[in-house]
Unconditional design. Structure first.
Length: 256
């Protein structure tokens, strides 16, 4: 028996095309309309701009610490998952017995099962690298918070202050994106697990994951709440109060 059948090769290509295609689609659409990523960018710019007026930044450091701890949890969990998948690879006969007992499972050779499990392990390895890089970037953000100038106490113009706040927000944004990429790998790994049972069910699971990601990124109630929370900008009276993020979604902040 071949390592993988023609059907398995085709559905695997569909899987990676769907993953990479959705990633590209989400990136392009974030420049054209409101998404979770684009709206959160505006909130992060607001946060960093207000941080400059805080002499006591304990709350800001605590917020960054909470974000970092969440990512650290997923990074450590990913290591445990990778260890579990590698254990399943080393115990192929027992794994095949379990899979064969499940409904809708299709016959597969031991080598084929090991290959599928290896692909699954590599997906989690990718997620681990994304999570750990996100953690490092959040630690960089903590350094920026510690070195941030205090508005009104240093002889810096508004342009310089906005430049600092925009770059700090960009760094937090990058950390958030890598965390998001790691989570996205988890979603697609769930679809990949279905490949162990049935290739056609694998395709359906992949499409379901893409649909769930699209729904949450572009049409979720969380996005609606985040977008509506920006409406206070239009209610600010007078012309002297300026905000770092003008407009929504695809519109740019001051230094983008």
């Amino acid at each position: 028996m071949l390592l993988l059948s023609l059907i398995d090769l085709v559905v695997l290509a569909v899987f990676f095309a769907a993953w990479l295609g959705y990633a590209r689609f989400a990136k392009v659409m974030a420049l054209q309309k409101d998404t979770l990523s684009s709206v959160m960018r505006i909130h992060r710019e607001d946060w960093m701009w207000r941080l400059l007026s805080h002499e006591n930044r304990i709350a800001d450091v605590s917020l960054l610490g909470n974000l970092e701890r969440v990512v650290s949890f997923f990074a450590s969990t990913t290591l445990l998952i990778i260890a579990g998948v590698l254990t399943a690879i080393s115990a192929t006969e027992g794994t095949m017995t379990v899979i064969a007992s499940l409904p809708w499972s299709t016959p597969i050779s031991p080598a084929g099962l090991q290959f599928k499990l290896l692909v699954l392990a590599l997906v989690f390895v990718y997620a681990f690298f994304k999570f750990t890089w996100s953690i490092r970037q959040y630690s960089f953000c903590s350094v920026l918070v510690g070195s941030a100038p205090v508005m009104g106490r240093e002889e810096l113009g508004e342009q310089a202050l906005r430049l600092f706040s925009s770059r700090a927000a960009k760094l937090i944004d990058l950390a958030g994106h890598d965390y998001n990429f790691g989570l996205r790998a988890y979603y697609f790994a769930l679809a990949l697990m279905v490949w162990l049972l049935n290739p056609w069910a694998f395709v359906l699971a992949t499409l379901w994951v893409v649909l769930v990601l699209y729904r949450r990124e572009f049409h979720s109630r969380a996005l609606k709440a985040l977008r509506e929370s920006l409406e206070y900008k239009t209610m600010v009276s007078g012309g002297g109060h300026s905000e770092p993020g003008q407009g929504r979604g695809g519109e740019k902040g001051p230094a983008e």
